[in-house]
Design a protein around this ligand. Sequence first.
Ligand SMILES: *Cc1c(COP(=O)(O)O)cnc(C)c1O
Length: 415
Amino acid sequence: MNDRARHEALDAADPLASLRDRFRLREGRIYLDGNSLGAPPESALRALATAAEDEWGGELVGAWNSADWIGLPERLGDRIGALIGAAPGQVVAADATSVNLHKLLVTALGLRPGRRTIVSTSDNFPTDLYMAEGLVDLLGADRCRLRTIAPDALDELDAVVDDDVAVVMLTHVDFRSGRRLDLQDLTRRVQARGALVLWDLAHSAGAMPLDLDAAGADLAVGCGYKYLNGGPGAPAFLYVAARHQAAARQPLTGWMGHARPFAFESAYAPGEGIRRFLCGTPAVLSMRALEGALDVFDDVDLGALRAKSEALGDAFIDAVEGSRVADAFVLASPRAAADRGSQVSLRHADAHALVRALIEADVVGDFRAPDLLRFGFAPLYTRFVDVHEAVQRLETIVVEGRHLEPRLRERARVT
Ligand SMILES: *Cc1c(COP(=O)(O)O)cnc(C)c1O
């Protein structure tokens, strides 16, 4: 069997193969950037149109009640919760991931009075570190400090988490390498030292099963526009374990998190449960798109989703290693599927131009400075033949030196 036939056979045996029809994808384009912006589910586009035309256009302000716009943050939160192993009432959809990080870092400091240090890894996603830095500036070093550790130091976490550490902020799947951390084990080790863990699930939610409740997780945030396919700028989400909610205080005390927003009282009183983590008016159109997008997950077995994701990554690495250009690249992701999220990164000195040349060849991945080509394998809609074809086109580009054309050196604002 030749390579293409082998990949076709894998697609034929894929129990999730039919889900691809539920997405709007142009034939011919190979989209390997669902880890940055998920492809649009038809159900998301329909929900967005209904929300705009019928609800906003037809019912105007009445839709807050008739279409239950006001319930969207919690309604979506519970549906996302089902994908990340959180029982109802612990997740809300709201704001951007960055904003939710601010809320939950302050919450964590409040839940661990007398401790002031935030620990994170130096390779964490920049916004996570930036938000912690901003908090240090805001509160002052007497009340908040940031300590970044090398990623390898996670092995000696027990020594790192001393009596001053309130919270350890970790990203479950690294955005550069795709390395996946052991959520349950790290949670347990941090908690054994008396601190909390704040997990960033931006590259995890919707790509693999997660079990926050079973892991005894404290706090988490994540992204709506990556593997959840909620559309550009989709609302993010946050998780606060039920056991922490009554004592939890977040700093963005807007009216939507008030116990009685429509009583218009002049003093703030936090709402019950997870609602107190809301701030302002929900971005209704974006939330309705995300709501439609989540329909795709309704009957998906997340174990099968993860198995496919691992197999796609392995198929990609095997194809690169078996190609004529194998020696041109260094694998920047873990070789073992169990240690990866749903992406594979390759290192090459000319990564940016290669990604541009690939996009011209209708293979959409992305570039991460300084030298990474990053490929996401969203298991809901990526086929094994896509992986095969992407590597074929990459091989052609490198062999022909197409990426060396000077016009491919220009960088766009978004890479
Ligand atoms: C994508 C991503 C974010 C995005 O943050 P926004 O504020 O929603 O733009 C945050 N953290 C990580 C780890 C990410 O990968």
